[in-house]
Design a protein around this ligand. Sequence first.
Ligand SMILES: [Zn+2]
Length: 103
Amino acid sequence: MKLLRASNEPGIIQRLQSILEDAGIKCILRNEFTAGLFPEVPASESTLELWIVDYQRLPQAQRVLADLKNSESGKGIPWNCSSCGEALEPQFTACWQCGTAQT
Ligand SMILES: [Zn+2]
């Protein structure tokens, strides 16, 4: 497991989790139930953490986040799947049709 992001804003982490899971990357939350309880709970335990279950998918996850950042700043461009030719929106980093990652 690899820590991908930590934040005191649960909304951000939960959104990232759903985006990553949409991309087929399994991830889990830590401190889900203690998040936001600082200072009653030490900062290390009250910061919501997003962990990637399979560390080998970390580069892919980081790419998803980078792409997300790009698309949110308006830099994303639509692309076509190299395998099946499906036209895809910039926010996707893998083909929803056949699962091929963006190249
Ligand atoms: Zn495809």
